[in-house]
Write a protein that binds this ligand. Sequence first.
Ligand code: COA
Length: 506
Amino acid sequence: MDPRVENRLGLKELADKVVSAEQAAALINDGDVVGMSGFTRAGDAKVVPMALVERAKNENFKIDIYTGASLGPEVDKYLAEAGVIRKRGPFIADSGIRNQINSGNVYYVDAHLSHNAELVRQGIIGPIKYLILEATAITEDGLIVPTTSVGNSPVFAEYAENIIVELNISHPESLIGIHDIYVPGPQGQREPIPMTDAVKRIGEIGIKVDPAKIKAIVISEEPDAPSLIVPPDEETQTMANLLLDFFRSEIEAGRLTNKLMPLQSGVGSVANAVLDGFADSEFEDLIVASEVLQDAVFNLIDAGKVSFAAATSITISEQLQKKVYGNLEKYADKLVLRPQEISNHPEVIRRLGLISINTALELDIYGNVNSTHVSGTKMMNGIGGSGDFARNARLGIFVTKSYAKGGAISSIVPMVSHVDHTEHDVDVIVTEQGIADLRGLAPKERAVLIIENCVHPDFKEQMWDYYNRAVEVTGNAQTPHILEEALSWHVNLAKNKTMKKEISKA
Ligand code: COA
């Protein structure tokens, strides 16, 4: 046996389970519900899914796939395009599977990422025939040490009938020890989750499994697909500055200290860029308690701003992968990866008092947020953990540029075309135009602030025109809307490829 494999296969009785990816893929049957490790392109199984893609060239079969979150191209592009996926949950981000979903070829169950574990426990997701789980190592006492994400793997491992392990020897062995696997008991008999501080470890370094469930071990050397975020620009820097000034005013008001509260920052380029803006600030000793650690977090650790970061996955660019994984020892005592039902747990988020920063696709003049559906119909990525955090955070912040598609689209609309976060879960909105602190405000107070501070100048007159007429026709009602016009900006976009319209001055 390859000594690199021997080192990582502590439970020697499993040595005879080592097979090829093709042999492992042959175990999966048409109609199976399959759990997979992986969260935002990190820690996902790669070689068994590619063997399934090969198998699909000569055989028709379909499976349902549940994961932590989005996976790399092996599943969310190649397997999706091979027509193998019947149903997929709970989060995607690859354009390959997005196109399959939006053309009706794949059912997609978009769900809060903290909810899946309970659905598995209740048998609503399942029965899970196989879990395909990427591992750094299997310890002598049979713990499976995940790689760069934990996601839903612990609950999948508990409930799956069978497990295929992808032992990935390209991940550094120094990942052993950065996981903190805590699995809550059944609802109704559960103790409080004993996490009183994001830095505190409460679990094991790996996932406990019944070794009899392990039907195959496949050796892999495939690295994680790097993240695809685009670098910060002038507008995201402006948004970061606005947010930093807002935090300063919160400190002045005695609601925060220089250390702030644990920060959660969402997926995507905008949230990453905004977090990056902390690098040149006076804030320090920051704690990150998020679900994904993107590039910005490691830049902030390097800059001495972040002292500890907890999440369920590490999703970084190619450049950062080399730096972080080539030098993990430097970061190891500042990092922990937890199951997503813990990183995103309402109980933990409220107890720790998180500040959550997520990106909106669009939002409306009352503060309702659409994170997922373009024009209310086409799926972008999914709600991910944004709802877990926004609802339960001490401060729920949404950021977005005020416009999209070169200015044809206003990201602020009269009424969102799909609601992921209601006005009740949205405390602060930031665009490159300005910031709106909505806390304690009634709908009409919110609308005035959002329109004045956050809407792009190209759409401001149009928005005031809508709002003023809505106030008039509703007789100054609680939440003024002209129902037949509320979605007209989206209708205009569909017809004329722009939300801009001529305003009658009559
Ligand atoms: N209407 C239509 N398209 C819009 C839009 C709008 N109002 N606003 C943005 N877009 C498009 C952009 O043009 C871009 O399209 P492209 O990929 O064709 O260039 C795409 O949406 C992504 O927007 P971008 O500005 O690059 O932002 P991002 O990378 O920061 O992603 C979200 C933004 C909302 C898609 C992303 O944050 C997301 O999926 N959020 C939901 C999940 C989540 O918040 N999880 C957080 C917990 S970790």
